[in-house]
Design a protein. Sequence first.
Length: 660
Amino acid sequence: MRPRLVLSAAAPLALLAAFAGCTSSDPDPEPPRRDQVLPAGAFKLVAFDTCAEALKDMKSAAKEYVGPWGFGGMGGRDGAIPLQGAADAARAGAESAAGATSANKGAVPDYSGTNTHEAGVDEPDIVKTDGQRIVTVSRGVLHVVDAASRKVTGELDLASGADDPKRWATMSLLLHGDRALVLVHEGWSYAASDVARSDVAKPVGPAETTGPEMLLVELGGEPRVMSRYTIEGGLVDARQTGSTARVVVRSAPRLSFPYREGTSEAQRIATNRGIIDRADEAAWLPDYSVTSGGKTTRGRVECGRMSRPETYSGTSMVTVLSFDLGASDGLGNGDPVGVVADGDTVYSNGSNLYVANDQRWRVMPWLESRNAAPKPEDEITEIYQFDASKPGKPRYVTSASVRGWLINQYALSEWDGHLRVATTSGRTWGENPKSTSTVYVLKATGGELKETGRVAGLGKGERIYAVRFAGTTGYVVTFRQTDPLYTVDLTDPAKPRVAGELKITGYSAYLHPTEPGRVIGIGQEASTEGRVQGTQVSLFDVSNLDQPARLSQHHVADSSSEAEYDPHAFLYWAKDRLLVVPLMSYDKNKGTSRMSALVLRVDASGFTELSRLTHRGAPDTGMIRRSLVVGDTLWTVSDAGLMATGTSTMDTRAWLKWDA
């Protein structure tokens, strides 16, 4: 059966890179479209029978999708690979992620972990702690701090000798005992000038492997890199359960598409299809290299480890790598398993791993520029479920599609065997938006994810700004001018219902359940016309789902917080009822900005501001980005260093400045 066309999502960066330097009578042509709409519900994922069949099918699918400019931003050297890094319980599995006991001995004080989506499933971030040591990465350098003595015990310059140190600026890490897995997020990023002006496809060979890197660092004594893994593509995200880290990477065919003046679009398409015809299997399958014990091994993800949906484009591939962070021989080959599809959102509850993708970034620039509504085929989110309950590579289980776009991983949540998915569909831009949001409930039955129920019609003319599922309850925030906070009763998966609705000005971009009947939201206050006015923190009473209410609000005019778009920046320490978020405030009179950490006490009556902590250092390094608690000490993290503050007195106990 000939593959029917499915398009892959592409970030705005990729779209711009693909079209840079190109001219056309229509510089912003309508993006290519599928020839058939995927229905909402289950669809099958199957393995290729042979590698020859895989190559033939991928070529056929890619030829249907390729246009006069190539793959519209997803071609390996015809654009850039969009990158994502990758977030919610206060401790969120830090203890299980910490793994084996560290080299430091003695009682471990209470400590906060990375704010992640699910307890027991850790997520990469720029700082980690096991209660004894604090490990952070900043500007290419890994720092290790002893929490008790408040002293730096080790440093490792990971970017030393790198051809391009800038690519090390975006890093994150996971922690397991005396080891850290450092993820270097940088992947392919080719400008239009890098595109080969040739009609011959020239795949990159294994010796030229470039893309995200995973570094296994030994922390005991002087930190050292014990194993290094590189794979072609771009890093999507990663999750860790116990000693097992699973890393999701997406890649694209390594094909170069020429552009010749004086040729028609039809001629250019024909040329590009010829390039695809002459390509071999190596153009699609990502190469990798792994270095351990001074020995480097190179390889390629085998076609037998890849599966495909019934419809696909052949322009992208998602690979899931599995690493045992406690293995004596280092990282190994990653035991890859993949799907010929795209992926931009990762969610895991520990036993299952989900990778989802939608079409928004491929079509959004074109739609917004014309105030056009998306077509149904552009609003499909595909979801791939893997069984991750055992160490080693996850096992593919099933797939499904729903209508609409996800906001982030918090739009997905599994509870009691049911996957809840919140999406927005329709036009959310322009003067007269036509949009609505839906919560779907799916259940894996007989190898398929089948819909058991849905509740639709949320936030007409608006889009989702925040979602949080907690047990049998869902919280959905939509916004355009005012903020309806919807409470969704999911007790009966077959009959989910909107229980209550609270309309207030502004919106919450992140929701955090703290205790039964209470939810904290952080976002922006806004005027009645929808104009944002600065960071606001809200305390909601949701004890009665039918009548949600806001108990308190803390507003900082002319400000914003990283926690609004990255939940890793949010800290709620229940023991001391402390809420800490980064804050960037702007003084209109002085024309200056101030970077700080907003520290609030949360009690039954609302919020009390305790402090706005600041770091010494230049404006570009003094921005506080993260916070964590060890015992009775609040640690705040910036590119300038770490500061220790008493949780009850807000007095400075130590300042550890990184070398410039």
